[in-house]
Design a protein around this ligand. Structure first.
Ligand code: AMP
Length: 483
């Protein structure tokens, strides 16, 4: 999972501030590395491992000049990620192109072995974006023949990517001195949204992973890109776009469950509103258990919105029983399980009075390996809870995400091959309630009746249709080898 922003500002202006403001707003999408490539006469680049505020210093801002820039925050999906894999990537020749993406290319190794090897294109990194960049650039340069860059050239190059590159990818980029482009894979799995700001020097455009980026950086949200759509904004500042591949649109449901910021709107659906509905949707199934809770407590922070809605629907008090130390890194991406387990305790500290003598219903957004829930159930008991009920507002996670959300291997899912009762026992809860897939989908969709989602991590139905048992095994082996 990653985040990006690309900006085209008025001639003579520098857009680096907007890019960095935007990257800070999507720091949650990746804390592993950050980078920016801008263009003024030549490409200026800075990328390194670390948080946005650590990677960019005053001297970099002075250097990252120009009205065209692309920025990225990285969350590695395979391996621990080296500096060489940090984005954006760029090419100087035959046409200057810089690019960043969010997603995961499922046929990366095949592309590297065949197509790119045939053309004697060696990749400098293990980052799948490099494959997209070369497939795109190859076709773009073939079409350009040294002339002006026009929308149809960008469409042809994006079409070429759609034909050869499989998986999920939202891509933004710049063509040196010419303009800004963006495209979204044919199933539209990853979010991507266009924004605009009108000013004295003319309009500025930004394309980013989440609408919150646009809002914070001062752009008006125009619209999300459609599945299989390519966009080009050239020297005339006139956005042009075309839908090049007509497949069913399947945005990732996990963005709403966990990944996106609640103040974003993705494909027309407010993440905050979706999470409230996800909480409300659990009220009925909870009542059916016949159990009673004295208090609803969220696992902060992603579950807070849903827990409030659930508590309201049940008429039970909502209490923030855990205090989160936000300066501890994300527990999920620590290299070993032992480290993960202890850092959950460092990250979440309980308030005894909210647990002592109470039947607590603790809500989380999801349960992956079960480490968080196990720790939390134990803490709740240590604090004197008389009953510890756990709930997840998403269904059991049982299939790996191949589209960019780093979601372990099948072997690691605690719910795989187990009933909710089994999992409850394993994590030490008196009861565990999961949301059903149907209720989750209905809740996220709200009144967007025509929206269908990629929910492969819950039901194994991978929309790209190319995920065979063999592909799953290969990817799992890679992940295990990289751990
Ligand atoms: P686990 O302890 O492995 O069960 O992890 C569950 C916790 O990880 C939940 O509290 C989620 O908020 C969080 N989570 C779920 N998916 C991801 C992900 N892809 N990256 C980081 N954290 C996640």
């Amino acid at each position: 999972m990653c985040g990006f922003i690309a900006v085209l500002g008025p001639e003579g202006q520098h857009v680096i501030q907007d890019v960095l403001t935007g990257l800070l707003a999507i720091q949650h999408r990746g804390q592993d590395a950050a980078g920016v490539v801008s263009f003024e006469g030549k490409f200026h680049a800075r990328k390194a491992r670390g948080l946005v505020r650590e990677v960019f210093e005053e001297r970099h801002l002075e250097r990252l000049r120009g009205n065209l820039a692309v920025g990225h925050v990285r969350y590695p999906t395979v391996g621990s990620g080296s500096e060489a894999d940090a984005q954006p990537f760029w090419l100087q020749f035959p046409t200057g192109i810089a690019m960043a993406h969010n997603g995961n290319v499922t046929n990366f190794h095949e592309l590297r072995r065949t197509q790119l090897a045939d053309r004697a294109i060696p990749l400098a990194s293990d980052c799948d974006l490099e494959a997209i960049l070369y497939v795109f650039a190859d076709e773009l340069c073939r079409r350009l023949e040294g002339g002006a860059v026009e929308a149809q050239h960008i469409y042809a190059a994006a079409r070429h990517v759609f034909e050869h590159v499989r998986g999920a990818y939202s891509v933004v980029g710049i063509v040196a001195g010419w303009g800004l482009f963006a495209f979204r894979d044919p199933y539209g799995i990853k979010p991507i949204v266009l924004g605009r700001r009108d000013g004295p020097g003319g309009p500025s455009f930004a394309v980013a992973s989440e609408s919150v980026v646009l809002e914070v950086a001062g752009y008006e949200r125009v619209r999300d890109l459609a599945a299989g759509e390519a966009l080009w904004i050239g020297r005339d500042r006139e956005p042009r776009s075309e839908v090049l591949a007509a497949r069913p649109h399947r945005p990732c449901v996990f963005e709403y469950v966990y990944f996106a910021r609640p103040d974003s709107v993705l494909d027309g659906v407010s993440v905050h509103a979706a999470r409230r509905r996800l909480g409300q949707a659990l009220a009925e199934p909870w009542r059916r258990t016949g159990l009673e809770a004295d208090v609803v407590i969220p696992v902060p922070e992603s579950a807070c919105t849903a827990a409030q809605a659930l508590a309201e629907a049940l008429g039970v008090p909502y209490r923030e029983g855990f205090v989160k130390n936000r300066y501890v890194g994300r527990t999920f991406i620590m290299p070993s399980d032992a480290e993960r387990v202890s850092s959950i305790r460092h990250k979440l500290n309980p308030i005894r009075s909210e647990f002592a003598g109470k039947r607590v219903l603790i809500l989380d957004d999801s349960i992956v390996r079960g480490n968080t829930s196990r720790q939390i159930a134990k803490i709740a008991r240590d604090m004197g809870a008389t009953k510890v009920y756990m709930a997840s507002y998403s269904p059991p996670l049982v299939h790996p995400c191949l589209y960019g959300i780093d979601m372990s291997t099948r072997r690691e899912f605690v719910a795989r091959g187990r009933t909710a009762e089994d999992v409850a026992r394993l994590i030490g809860a008196d009861h565990l309630l999961y949301q059903s897939v149907e209720d989750m989908v209905a809740a996220v969709r709200g009144d967007h009746a025509d929206l269908r989602f990629c929910r492969a991590c819950f039901d194994g139905a991978y929309p790209t249709g190319d995920v065979t048992a063999r592909v799953l095994e290969t990817i799992e082996d890679e992940r295990l080898a990289a751990q």
